[in-house]
Design a protein around this ligand. Structure first.
Ligand SMILES: [Zn+2]
Length: 681
């Protein structure tokens, strides 16, 4: 049968329905329906160019689109597929049909307003935007990108953008760009854009200051001097004082500007023929210009026990509102104190053992490019990792283990090789959704200091706070500073020290609190007014006592022997040199249950000579005494108000963390504290 010609609709690939007709059956019918419905505007020529093809499952018609646009759309598909993102046929068909309506030659000429006009849903619009970004990158290289004022950092192997447009003086802007171009290859990790933009923001402040404070608005490089830098420092101090930004930001701005200006000189940009030619040498900042670090900014960002416990109790909610990977990530952040990036990019194979059998987490410190770091971890943490490893193996059985991530992204991840993104947003939503966590806070009312229960400020709970908490817990546990520096994987001790509050004072405060409830062996209160203790008393206490299993011993010989020389063989409840306080309550209770248990065992079928058995059996008297002591301490707690009790509990936690449990056991090395001591084994 001879062909009667193709349908005249641009997108259609069917034959005409009948001799003398212009369209295939479907399109002829469609035109008829549109005419009758009154939706047709009479422009049949345009209708022919823009009406969609006949929809067929698993087919998308690219006809009626200019070749260049077709190539662009196909390239977009390719990029998405390479990124493991699925593009379903019905969605791609919609995109082609809507774009055809616009009758444009290329995505490059497309405006955002046009996109809206097509009536495309927002997620389809996102695909088009993604396509345009991919196309822009296609012809770009770092060399072409550096000429622009806004850089797409993907071209440099990072993500997001760097914006230089707010630096008004052209030479200064160009110099900062040269600095950034030089700096970028040295930066690693996921936060390159934000950390570099922060530094650039410092230069924006300098630029603003020059523009506002100089008649030539800082355009004449040769006329700049030390005076301008002093004006700049004053302006920043003023802005910090009036609350435009915080004291910490002030320090950073000065620091960043000093660093960049110095680099600009070192790179020779002030030399002849360079962008900053003729910049006077005294246009500079010295170390003395950097304001003192504001008190209590870095340190003190750890989360109190009550808060940590509340968060740990609600991890299920986090998993429900986000996903399993985010929950595991949060647990690992809490347990290990690593940086969020270090956890999210963990490889599947991140668990190993030291030669002595201790469990170790293997991770990369990508911030400082120190790879294959080792961190000792607890059994419970290792169990979380093992369970997650099994889950990932099951989900991606065909990917080689070496390529798998421990926390694979739940989206666009066919092979499990892509790690999860930032947990920040999901974490914030979870925290905001939790009920208020009440904390005792000392406030001033009518000139009097009183303790009140107030909700904990939730803005202080963010993923990085777990790292601060980790550092503080370890510092509280008397972990030596150099060991802690190792654990935090810092190179400088000063960095580590920025992470925790000096423990001495913190512990002294707490000791004051708990010793206010100190008892002798008969359960009589010893220190009623511990707050009044003098400094010399603190020192005496520190050197004049030694810890026992559930209290302290003041007996000089035993103290001198480091607690190893007790003629009573540690029957402390029968000894006049013994003191205990509320912080030992858990130890007292454990001791009591030990006594009861060994008594029961010895009285049953335990094989032993009679003399050994009768000497080892705990006496009724000792059991009775311990029991009475426990009741006495507890009764005293019951007398307290709710606030006082909360304060005592907090103090007990601090004191217990700093306590090295001893009992004549030889210690090979300092044990690391458990970040979540309340977790069941
Ligand atoms: Zn047709």
């Amino acid at each position: 049968m001879p062909s009667i010609g193709p349908c005249q609709v641009a997108s259609c690939y069917r034959a005409r329905g009948r001799e003398g007709r212009l369209y295939c059956d479907v399109h002829a019918t469609r035109l008829g329906i549109e005419r009758r419905s009154g939706n047709f505007n009479g422009d049949e020529e345009r209708w022919r160019l823009t009406t969609p093809a006949v929809a067929v499952d698993r087919e998308v018609s690219l006809r009626g689109l200019p070749d260049r646009l077709v190539a662009e759309l196909l390239y977009c598909l390719q990029v998405r597929t390479a990124r493991d993102v699925k593009t379903r046929d019905h969605r791609f068909r919609q995109i082609c049909d809507r774009i055809r309506l616009l009758q444009i030659p290329s995505l490059e000429t497309l405006e955002d307003a046009d996109l809206k006009q097509t009536g495309m849903t927002t997620d389809l619009q996102m695909i088009i935007r993604g396509a345009r970004i991919a196309l822009r990158r296609l012809g770009s290289s770092p060399e072409t990108e550096r000429l622009k004022d806004v850089w797409d950092l993907v071209i440099f192997g990072h993500s997001r953008t760097l914006n230089f447009t707010k630096i008004h003086q052209r030479p200064l802007r160009e110099a900062v760009k040269v600095w950034a171009y030089d700096e970028l290859p040295r930066r690693r990790g996921r936060n390159v854009a934000s950390s570099m933009q922060n530094m650039i923001r410092g230069m924006e402040q300098l630029s603003d200051s020059l523009r506002l404070q100089r008649e030539d608005e800082g355009q004449q490089l040769r006329l700049l001097s030390r005076t301008d830098m002093v004006s700049f420092c004053n302006r920043i101090a003023f802005l910090a004082e009036t609350g435009v930004f915080g004291a910490h930001h002030r320090v950073n701005v000065i620091r960043y500007v000093r660093k960049i200006v110095n680099r600009i000189r070192v790179m020779g940009l002030t030399g002849a023929g360079q962008v900053m030619e003729g910049l006077p040498a005294d246009f500079a900042l010295s170390v003395e210009d950097i304001p003192d670090e504001p008190e209590d900014t870095e340190a003190g960002r750890d989360l109190p026990d009550e808060v940590m416990r509340e968060l740990c109790d609600n991890l299920d909610l986090l998993e429900k509102s986000s996903n399993r990977e985010f929950r595991v990530a949060t647990e690992l952040l809490i347990d290990t104190g690593r940086r969020p990036d270090e956890i999210s990019t963990l490889p599947l194979d991140c668990l190993t053992k030291d030669p002595d059998g201790n469990l170790v987490l293997l991770y990369d410190n990508s911030k400082n490019y120190r790879l294959g770091r080792r961190l000792p971890i607890a059994k419970a943490t290792a169990a979380v990792i093992t369970a997650q490893q099994e889950r990932v193996r099951e989900r991606f059985p065909n990917t080689p283990t070496s390529r798998l991530k421990l926390l694979p992204s739940p989206v666009a991840n066919l092979e499990g090789t892509k790690p999860i993104g930032s947990i920040g947003e999901a974490h914030r939503a979870w925290v905001d959704g939790l009920p208020d966590i009440m904390m005792p806070v000392v406030v001033e009312a009518d000139g009097q200091l009183v303790t009140k229960m107030l909700p904990f400020d939730k803005s202080k709970i963010f993923p990085y706070a777990y790292r601060h908490s980790f550092a503080q817990r370890h510092a509280d546990a008397n972990i030596a500073p150099d060991v802690l520096m190792d654990l935090m994987d810092h190179r400088e001790l000063s960095t580590t020290q920025g992470y925790y509050r000096v423990s001495q004072e913190r512990r002294r405060e707490a000791v004051d609190r708990v010793t206010a409830l100190q008892f002798d062996r008969r359960g009589n209160r010893v220190w009623r007014k511990a707050q009044a203790m003098l400094d010399s008393e603190h020192v005496r206490r520190a050197i004049g006592e030694v810890a026992t299993a559930y209290g302290i011993c003041l007996e000089p010989h035993n103290v001198a022997a480091g607690g190893q020389s007790c003629p009573l063989r540690f029957r402390c409840v029968g000894c006049d040199h013994f003191r205990t306080d509320v912080s030992y309550l858990p130890d007292l209770e454990r001791y009591l249950s030990d006594l009861l248990r060994s008594r029961e065992r010895l009285l049953s079928v335990f094989e032993a000579d009679d003399w050994a058995r009768s000497e080892a059996i705990p006496s009724e008297e000792e059991i009775r005494r311990v029991r009475r002591l426990i009741n006495r301490v507890k009764a005293d707690l019951d007398d307290l108000s709710e606030e006082e009790r909360a304060q005592i509990e907090e103090a007990v936690a601090v004191v217990r963390r700093g306590r090295v449990v001893m009992l004549g056991m030889p210690r090979v090395r300092q044990p690391l504290p458990d970040v979540r001591p309340w977790r069941l084994p």
